[in-house]
Design a protein around this ligand. Structure first.
Ligand code: ADP
Length: 428
């Protein structure tokens, strides 16, 4: 067992690419911590720095209270499993799993016993005398995991270990990893871009985007109470409705979110009202999950939007309605791209480009002007920018082209600043 502390860890790759930016994070003793984020956000880089396979440019790594920045990988007592758990093709399953113990010249009887025990836990005891070439992808990944864990490392690092498996096998192995790792009590850091994997496996999830830590908390905390618009959008199985609104406080009677054709009233009794009112005259971003919206009768007097149903989409267990409401959906704010201008992108501004600026003073900075929707759901064809997505039950209340009034559960809307931070930051 082991604890891991990252203190303002930064990684700059050659070509001044800032892959991880001043990231601070802790994995407690025996904790299962998942690093989640889109491809290229720096998850593997972080894992490799913890393993000692990648140098840390700035900041400190502490393993079990010991400064580990320059500790050789073999002295870290860390085991790692990759996407393609490469196995020794000419060794049997038993030989593969036993390998780390044989190298350490462990007692052969103990090795045999441990390998047998572990292979049972991993459901590969029937395959012990076979070669990797005769195994399925799922079985090979189990062997790779067995080999990594057999010498009971202090820290278990897994880099997308399930991403090459088919959906059924992923679910099965996911449950087994969870059970195995927890029964061993080994501190585990697990990298994935799959939100379902993260939500189902983690004790806590750390979400990254463009090398910047966005949020960290239990699955329920980050799903129900996300710190940023990016997190809210990333952890949404359907697209998050994200709409820009101007804040008004008419005669100080209440707080109004003005979307142009629609308005939502926030009473002063709402715990967020004061924080929102601080933005009076300015813009905020309002995030509403499709299941926070509901069809209501035409004459409904509570908080609502009004529009026309453009299309309905069947998802088996539910329908989604795309309602044209005349409010353009806002792009999900993201940290600036940290590629150097030489690569055609800016270094960003604020704290983000701090290190690059220090390393390369005088470099002219420019703001990234790309106004395209580049959030986690970018590229989906169905979501027109002025549709509001409403989750309907198994029997849709509307048909295409119907006039639709959409009731809003005010308690479930999330309000963010223009840069995507929650107006009422969650307490963790
Ligand atoms: P993730 O695991 O989240 O997909 P990575 O940590 O692999 O992301 O990569 C983060 C960013 O750093 C990516 O843009 C990637 O292209 C870049 N990167 C990764 N490894 C190197 C390297 N050895 N040299 C230069 N850039 C790299």
């Amino acid at each position: 067992m082991s604890s891991v502390v990252l203190d303002k860890v930064t990684k700059v790759y050659p070509g001044d690419y800032l892959a991880v930016d001043q990231l601070s994070l802790k994995a407690g003793d025996g904790e299962f911590l998942v690093l989640l984020g889109p491809s290229g956000c720096g998850k593997s880089t972080l894992l490799r720095m913890i393993a000692g396979l990648e140098e840390i440019t700035e900041g400190d790594l502490w393993l079990d209270g010991q400064l580990a920045n320059h500790l050789a990988p073999r002295d870290r007592d860390v085991a790692m499993v990759f996407q393609n758990g490469a196995l020794y093709p000419h060794r049997t399953v038993r030989g593969n799993i036993a390998f780390p113990l044989e190298i350490a010249k462990s007692d052969p009887a103990m090795v045999r016993e441990r390998v047998t025990e572990l292979s049972k836990a991993l459901h590969i005891d029937e395959t012990l005398e076979r070669r990797p070439g005769t195994l399925s992808g799922g079985q090979r990944q189990r062997v790779a995991m067995g080999r990594a864990i057999v010498r009971q490392p202090k820290l278990f690092l897994m880099d997308e270990p399930l991403s090459n498996l088919d959906a059924g096998m992923r679910t099965e192995l996911r449950m087994e990893i969870s059970a195995l790792v927890r029964s061993l009590g080994v501190t585990t850091i697990y990298v994935t871009h799959d939100q379902v994997e993260a939500l189902t496996l983690a004790d806590r999830i750390a979400i990254l985007n463009r090398g910047v830590l966005q949020d960290v908390g239990t699955p329920a905390q980050i799903y129900n109470d996300p710190a940023t618009a990016f997190v809210a959008a990333f952890l949404n199985s359907q697209q998050l409705n994200l709409l820009a609104a101007t804040v008004r406080t008419p005669q100080n009677q209440y707080v109004l979110l003005d979307f142009g054709p629609h308005r939502l009233t926030i009473p002063w009794s709402d715990p967020r009202a004061y924080a929102i009112s601080q933005h009076t005259g300015g813009q905020v971003l309002v995030g509403i999950r499709p299941d926070g919206l509901v069809p209501v009768p035409e004459n409904f007097e509570g908080p609502s939007f009004f529009g026309r149903v453009r299309t309905l989409e069947y998802h088996g267990h539910e329908w989604l309605a795309y309602v044209e409401c005349g409010v353009p959906s806002a792009p999900v704010p993201e940290p600036p791209d940290r590629r150097a201008p030489a690569n055609g992108h800016s270094n960003g501004s604020g704290g983000l480009g701090g290190l690059v600026r220090r390393l390369f003073p005088g470099r002219e900075e420019q703001q990234h002007q790309d106004q395209e929707h580049v959030g986690p759901h970018a590229g989906s064809g169905i979501h027109r920018r002025s549709d509001i997505i409403v989750r309907l039950g198994g029997r849709p209340a509307w048909r295409p082209n119907d006039a639709a009034r959409v009731g809003v559960d005010i308690s479930r809307i999330m309000i963010f600043t223009e840069s995507g931070a929650r107006i009422d930051p969650p307490r963790r």
